[in-house]
Design a protein around this ligand. Structure first.
Ligand code: ZN
Length: 272
């Protein structure tokens, strides 16, 4: 979600969307149940837009031509929802004259939820199952035995390895927290996490990834993670939307998305 361009002022920033998700228990799960095929950031973005439009019912979401293919049509006067999409761009290197491709992100208003359409009944949608072992295999992460000398440590992340204390209080939340450290931080050193998460930006990032994963998948630990992040947001000058930097919010959404997609039992169609 870097290098964003064409962002309309009506579209909330990722940090604002993250704070919305943190402060409204249930929102992440609602977004996941309605929009699981999209990225975690886009799920929250879609849900918030449904709410801003005076309560559009969240549900399956498609582009105009895709709805047509499914035997439905967009009702007259309905405005499209905006999502953030990756696009591949090309750039010619001035010195070597080689062509490089890179990914950029643009906001496009081209999606409609089910309730904005009419026509043929849809097949019921099932949410695919998720499995932790499948996720770490796909992410090239190795689970190793817990050998930390300090029994208060709940889990640790080292390079591409993680371990969870067999008596950890919230082992699923700790699992996501350590996965996040591996995806975001272990290139800078090891992380061992005690019972109380210390206050630092990296810990907020890991804990926010854990919150997004736990609540999306209905696993234990969301409440603790939410409490920790709210505590973080509550400090300082009270200007909440500045408390989690935009860059961190992007990293958080991306890592949570990687972990959730990696553990799912389905080949996702290419979606934003
Ligand atoms: Zn940590």
């Amino acid at each position: 979600m870097e290098n964003q361009v064409n962002q309309s002022p009506a579209i909330p920033r990722w940090s604002a969307l993250l704070i919305e998700a943190v402060t409204k228990p249930g929102l992440i799960m609602k977004a996941y149940s309605a929009f699981h095929q999209f990225s975690v950031g886009n799920q929250i973005l879609a849900l918030v837009q449904c709410q801003m439009r005076g309560g559009l019912q969240p549900g399956p979401i498609n582009t105009f031509p895709k709805w047509k293919e499914l035997g439905r049509f967009v009702k007259r006067g309905e405005r499209a929802l905006t999502l953030c999409m990756p696009i591949t761009c090309k750039r010619r290197d001035e010195i070597s004259d080689e062509e490089h491709t890179y990914t950029s992100f643009v906001y496009k208003a081209r999606w409609f939820v089910l309730s904005q359409t009419d026509g043929q009944e849809l097949e019921p949608i099932t949410i695919p199952e998720w499995d932790a072992d499948r996720a770490i295999a796909a992410l090239n992460i190795e689970r190793v035995p817990f050998d930390h000398p300090d029994g208060n440590v709940q889990g640790f992340a080292r390079g591409r390895q993680l371990a969870i204390n067999p008596v950890a209080q919230l082992s699923q939340k700790t699992f996501f927290h350590e996965c996040a450290h591996i995806l975001l931080h272990t290139s800078e050193g090891d992380f061992a996490d005690g019972e109380a998460t210390p206050r630092s930006l990296r810990e907020v990032e890991a804990e926010a990834v854990a919150l997004l994963c736990c609540e999306s998948l209905g696993l234990e630990g969301a409440e603790y993670a939410r409490g920790y992040i709210q505590h973080w947001l509550g400090r300082g000058n009270g200007s909440n939307s500045e408390a989690i930097p935009e860059k961190s919010a992007q990293r958080i959404f991306r890592a949570a998305d990687q972990i959730i997609r990696a553990g799912r039992f389905e080949i996702d169609p290419v979606t934003a």
